[in-house]
Design a binder for this molecule. Structure first.
Ligand code: MG
Length: 320
């Protein structure tokens, strides 16, 4: 599921080695969800953990200074999109230039004026909100309203790296609507679009656990990214979700209703493997499922070495 742009108060991380300065800034910003750090290293931890919408960053601090903290934030994929406003007593033009060169969005000079702090913070929060909305919109498939391929590829890259760190298994599924060209030729393009919308919605609802993602991968192809190693039972769930729609398909060789073929890979994202290779494997399994008679999943568990075929259950055995 796509996370929606937050409606809760914006979260602002205030970083300054002097608590008195934090106090002044905090009093300038009533109504926001404020977080505080008195060192750059603590600020980086909080930025990673709490995904603030904006950071107010002191420049001169003992240990890591604001410039180094900003460079670190901009180098890390999880924090590089957070706008950073420098708050500093330094008035040299070169310092401001350096801050902007490292990617700060604005500069506020101490002693701060509460009205100026509020105005600049509001401006940059609004800009970020609009960027987030655009990004969310750009991540959606226009026909079905679920995630698009761009979003899937991004999420796969992120999840792959996370799985490498955590050692937890990932399951990938590639799904193709069986004989969809025949469906379109027989019923027409508008019912064809409606069929894709209903399949997309069924998959999106069937796989709505926290980190799970269902995407339209192209044409009549869908992709799922799932946490965990239960590829066979998840494949059964996908087959059942589409089967339960009971969309008539008079030109199908595999039954009365629209069905899907599925290629499933469960993997640990171990060193020496890649997300691209796993997707290619899932694609090969999808074609094996089609060649095997459609309306089924071919599941390869790279962790156990187990390879199974999962067929959809007769309607009478479906969980209601
Ligand atoms: Mg300072």
């Amino acid at each position: 599921m796509l996370k929606s742009v937050r409606n809760t108060p914006a979260r602002i991380l205030i970083v300054d080695d002097e608590p008195a300065n934090i106090q002044v800034l905090a009093e300038s910003l009533p109504g926001f969800d404020l977080r505080f750090a008195t060192s750059a290293t603590r600020a980086l931890e909080l930025a990673m953990e709490q995904a603030p919408d904006l950071i107010l960053l002191d420049v001169v601090m003992p240990g890591m200074d604001g410039f180094d903290a900003l460079r670190w934030l901009k180098a890390e994929s999880r924090t590089q999109h957070i706008p950073v406003i420098f708050v500093t007593t330094m008035t040299e033009v070169e310092d401001e230039e350096r801050g902007f060169a490292y990617g700060a969005v604005d500069y506020i000079q101490k002693p701060v004026s509460p009205a100026i702090v509020r105005a600049r913070v509001r401006t940059h929060l609004e800009l970020k909100r609009q960027r987030d909305l655009l990004e969310e919109h750009a991540a959606l498939d226009g026909l079905t309203g679920i995630a698009n391929r761009r979003r899937f590829d991004q999420e796969l890259g992120r999840s792959w790296h996370a799985a490498q760190r955590s050692g937890l298994p990932l399951t990938l599924m590639l799904i193709d609507v069986d004989q969809f060209k025949r469906f379109n030729d027989y019923y027409g393009h508008s019912p064809g679009d409606e069929c894709l919308r209903r399949v997309a919605s069924a998959l999106d609802h069937a796989f709505s656990r926290g980190e799970d993602l269902a995407a339209r991968y192209g044409g009549e192809e869908f992709a799922l990214l799932l946490a965990g190693a239960d590829g066979a039972s998840q494949a059964q769930r996908a087959l059942a979700a589409v089967q339960a729609l009971q969309i008539p398909h008079a030109r199908s060789d595999s039954g009365l209703f629209v069905s899907i073929s599925v290629g499933v890979v469960t993997t640990l994202a171990a060193p020496g493997t890649s997300a691209d290779a796993a997707m290619s494997l899932a694609d090969g399994l999808l074609y094996a499922a089609k060649n095997g008679g459609r309306d089924r999943a071919e599941v390869d568990n790279l962790i156990t070495g187990e390879r199974v075929t999962v067929q959809s259950l007769p309607s009478s055995e479906l969980p209601s």
